[in-house]
Design a protein around this ligand. Structure first.
Ligand SMILES: Nc1nc2c(ncn2[C@@H]2O[C@H](COP(=O)(O)OP(=O)(O)OP(=O)(O)O)[C@@H](O)[C@H]2O)c(=O)[nH]1
Ligand SMILES: [Mg+2]
Ligand SMILES: [Zn+2]
Length: 351
């Protein structure tokens, strides 16, 4: 009797990926989704079940940026062998959330791939910070993925209506919810977004309640959260790896470790700053930078309390960073490409 096949559709395998996979399947490769990653192995799911796989030599040798390597959420083509499995190629991503790794060479790190919805999580306690929120919004927006803002720990907050208002100003048109992770209504709310075949990712600082929300939506304690380990007095438990989880009710969620800071990999994105763009049409000068120019409608809006000062501050910062990023990216790419060709050459010499 043939073994029952793992239905990849519930893992998000749609017609787009099916077509892409068909093109590559000639070499005996089969499609799989990366659902976890540790230092040496990738956990993948395919029609035949769950496996642990390594990247093939060609992926390793041909990657220039970190983003050329598989990430959680990626659809990949694997060769299944009895002893070892290899990831041989990555199917083109339909979307991804990336951040910039900085250092001397800047590089793109993909946090998760093939995502349909991003939950930006911020708690209504000391963690509340509009600038950080703006940053997350712009990261999600530049990846062209729908984002929803979840303000957690509303049970601990007395100024909830006030804070909600502030967030709405920073994120006009976005869906914003003030919730408590433990409320029954929260499960329903999350499920209304994460339906069959949909992949959602939770991002936000450490301790804001991402893993708790994942437990809530899955209706079980599959994730270890801060609370559980404080009970055994081992200090706060924080999530340490990205992992894609299939929900019993359908849909998938990715838990991510809290990030202290997220820096955008993409340059210049006006998403989240729509209000500034609109206002700037009324500035006296068409090239107004909204700094010291007279007749600036944007600065006026800040003075009148229509536009949060933080938003304008973030806009200026983003413009500066964009310019810097553009220059650094170009320089880094050169260095990385040189490295790659050297590596190729030494490999040829070896053979
Ligand atoms: N009062 C209250 N506490 C919450 C709520 N949501 C989460 N918590 C608590 O906040 C703490 C941290 O929650 P986690 O879910 O571990 O936070 P996290 O975002 O996954 O943190 P990292 O894994 O470090 O990124 C735990 O003690 C939770 O019980 C909430 O809505 N209200
Ligand atoms: Mg966590
Ligand atoms: Zn202006």
């Amino acid at each position: 009797m043939e073994e029952p096949k793992n239905d990849l559709v519930k893992w998000g395998f749609d017609n787009r990926f099916r077509e892409l996979a068909l093109k590559e399947s000639a070499e005996g490769l089969i499609p799989a989704r990366v659902i976890g990653h540790n230092r040496h192995f990738y956990d993948v799911v395919c029609e035949k079940g769950f496996f642990s796989a390594k990247t093939s030599g060609s992926i390793r040798y041909n990657s220039v940026l970190k983003s050329d390597l598989p990430a959680v959420g990626d659809w990949v083509m694997i060769s299944l062998r009895r002893d070892k499995s290899y990831i041989c190629s990555i199917l083109p991503r339909k979307s991804c959330i990336s951040r910039r790794c900085s250092g001397n060479i800047i590089d793109e790190q993909v946090l998760s791939a093939n995502i349909d919805i991003v939950f930006i999580v911020m708690s209504l306690d000391e963690n509340f910070n509009l600038k950080r929120l703006q940053r997350y919004i712009s990261v999600a927006a530049s990846s062209k993925i729908k984002s929803v803002i979840l303000l957690t720990k509303s049970d601990l907050c007395e100024k909830r209506a006030e804070l909600l208002d502030e967030v709405r100003k920073v994120a006009p048109g976005k869906e914003v919810f003030a919730i408590s992770s433990f409320d029954e209504s929260t499960e329903k709310l999350l499920k209304s977004f994460v339906q069959h075949g949909i992949s959602a990712v939770f991002i936000g600082s450490s301790g804001v309640g991402k893993s708790t929300l994942i437990n809530t939506i899955s209706g079980s304690n599959i994730r270890v959260t801060g609370e559980i380990s404080s009970a055994v007095r081992k200090g706060r438990h924080t999530t340490s790896a990205r992992e894609l989880i299939l929900l019993p009710s359908g849909g998938m969620v990715i838990d991510t470790p809290g990030m202290r800071e997220i820096q955008n990999w993409q340059e210049e994105d006006s998403s989240g700053f729509e209000m500034i763009l609109k206002l700037s049409q009324q500035c006296r000068f068409t090239d107004c930078r909204h700094k010291t120019e007279p007749g600036c409608a944007v600065k006026e809006a800040v003075e009148n309390g229509i536009l949060p000062a933080e938003t304008l501050e973030m806009w200026h910062k983003q413009l500066e960073e964009s310019e810097e990023l553009r220059q650094k990216k170009a320089a880094s790419l050169k260095i990385l490409e040189t490295r790659r060709s050297k590596r190729r050459k030494s490999r040829k010499d070896e053979n």
